[in-house]
Design a protein around this ligand. Structure first.
Ligand code: HEM
Length: 325
């Protein structure tokens, strides 16, 4: 990139400097994903296997030539890695930052986790995770204020007119600022800049899903994110594991209500935290911990992703999860 597009174009044409490095980086990532696609083809797979096996089997019926079929799979793998690792860890970074600035919410989550483990001391099932209504609400609220994908961009294939009468020409970009929408008084009311998980709960404390057109964190309509449910499973598992083991103390203080208004973000394709999250982890006393294992039905895939995710979690540079039966 360059402030002068002509210079960028020239560098790209001559294949020099950062344009050359950029091309090489893309080739490395593509090769990595393509190797995974090809290695599947040498295995005995069916539509009941892991995600990539299922995808591979499904694409065998597609009317495309072999190369474009493989490229399709390759691009999907890259999306899964990007979505499963980067977006989810970014969402959790903001979540832990916010919790450190809202001790009332942190206590309510701890209380909810304690109830769960008293009921079922050894295992976490999908039903257990589903019952974590307050945590679900707090995660949604955190992503309202800090959507991992802050802007969704589309480009128009043809001339079109939006429902409010705005004309969009062929090839124009139409951007939706999810970040701005999450902080609009017109949509969320006068407390729109406050971290209030309660807005996602009904009178009985049960999580209520709000209109995706009001909350387009996962997109809305036909092309919305299909990883949405999985994201909550992943995030809940991580929160339970981390909060059971550690007290997180953000260096310089967490996301207090004042900081939420002027947060330390860095806008790119994703909304990451400027300079990352610096935190001290204090091991909790054994007596404060509950005894968790993670037994999730069909848990192989989930736990594998969970492992991948933990590796990528930018928060910690040390081992943060020990499983006890
Ligand atoms: C916190 C994590 C995530 C966030 C915030 C997120 C957000 C989004 C957004 C904003 C879109 C675009 C929607 C649109 O254009 O209208 C999208 C699409 C998509 N997401 Fe996610 N995503 C996340 C995690 C995941 C995961 C873990 C997976 C897969 C395992 C996934 C799979 C997809 C796919 C396949 C699409 C494309 C859907 C289509 O074009 O039909 N996402 N996601």
């Amino acid at each position: 990139m360059s402030p002068f597009p002509a210079i960028s174009k020239l560098k790209r044409f001559l294949n020099i400097w950062n344009e050359r490095k950029y091309k090489q980086a893309i080739a490395t990532v593509n090769q990595f994903a393509m190797d995974a696609v090809k290695s599947k083809e040498t295995q005995n797979i069916d539509e009941k296997g892991d995600l990539l096996s299922r995808f591979t089997v499904l694409t065998y019926g597609m009317e495309r030539n072999e190369n474009s079929r493989r490229e399709f799979l390759r691009d999907n793998i890259i999306s899964f890695i990007f979505a499963g690792k980067d977006l989810t860890s970014i969402a959790l970074t903001w979540f832990f930052w916010l919790l450190d600035g809202h001790s009332h919410c942190k206590n309510l989550i701890r209380k909810e986790l304690a109830t769960l483990t008293l009921n079922r001391p050894l295992y976490l099932t999908f039903d257990d995770l589903k019952s974590l209504n307050y945590l679900h609400a707090a995660l949604s609220e955190s992503m309202r204020l800090f959507p991992p994908v802050p802007v969704i961009s589309k480009s128009a294939l043809d001339d079109d007119v939006l429902p409010d009468g705005t004309f969009v020409g062929e090839g124009w970009f139409a951007d939706c600022s999810v970040y701005a929408m999450g902080r609009m008084e017109r949509i969320w009311g006068s407390d729109c800049r406050e971290f209030k998980p309660e807005r996602w709960l009904d009178g009985n404390g049960v999580y209520k899903r709000l209109d995706p057109f009001k909350y387009p964190v996962f997109g809305c309509g036909y092309r919305s994110c299909f990883g949405r449910e999985m994201v909550y499973v992943q995030m809940k598992l991580v929160v339970v594991a981390v909060m059971n083991e550690f007290e997180i103390e953000v260096v310089g203080g967490g996301g207090t209500p004042e900081k939420v208004v002027d947060p330390p973000y860095r806008v790119a394709t994703v909304l990451s935290m400027k300079k990352g999250l610096h935190a001290r982890l204090k091991k909790r006393e054994q007596t404060q911990q509950q005894s968790y294992g993670a037994r999730v039905q069909d848990g192989g895939v989930i736990m594998a992703l969970f492992g991948l995710f933990l590796v990528g979690l930018s928060l910690y540079k040390r081992k943060l999860y020990t499983t006890r039966g």
